[in-house]
Design a protein around this ligand. Structure first.
Ligand code: ZN
Length: 108
């Protein structure tokens, strides 16, 4: 759920950054989400909010976004490592849980 990256910000994390070229070829710094592999660990906090439906042969899962953001933010605020993925050496999880980048990074 991409919205969980917003919950990261609400919990006090700064988004990670990457660099990309715009249509004119200029290099821009853009914010990007952290590693999402650990987001399923938020399931206990989100479980009370889950809504499911069957559409044809497909089973859909949805959450009310404001309540889900609040629940995810609360879980992360109480325990930042809750979203760490299974890779103990994951640099994206390490940096996000530590709060994210500090200050603008210079382009090289
Ligand atoms: Zn990770």
């Amino acid at each position: 759920m991409t919205a969980l990256h917003h919950a990261e910000q609400l919990s006090g994390r700064r988004l990670l950054v990457r660099w990309a070229r715009d249509a004119g070829g200029r290099v821009l710094m853009v914010k990007t989400g952290s590693c999402f592999e650990g987001f399923p660990r938020l399931e206990p906090a989100l479980r009370p909010l889950v809504r499911t439906a069957r559409v044809g042969e497909s089973r859909w899962t949805a959450y009310p976004v404001e309540e889900a953001l609040s629940a995810a933010c609360g879980a992360m605020s109480a325990d930042q490592p809750v979203t760490h993925c299974a890779d103990e050496g994951c640099p994206r999880c390490r940096d996000s849980i530590a709060g994210g980048p500090i200050g603008p990074a210079p382009l090289r």
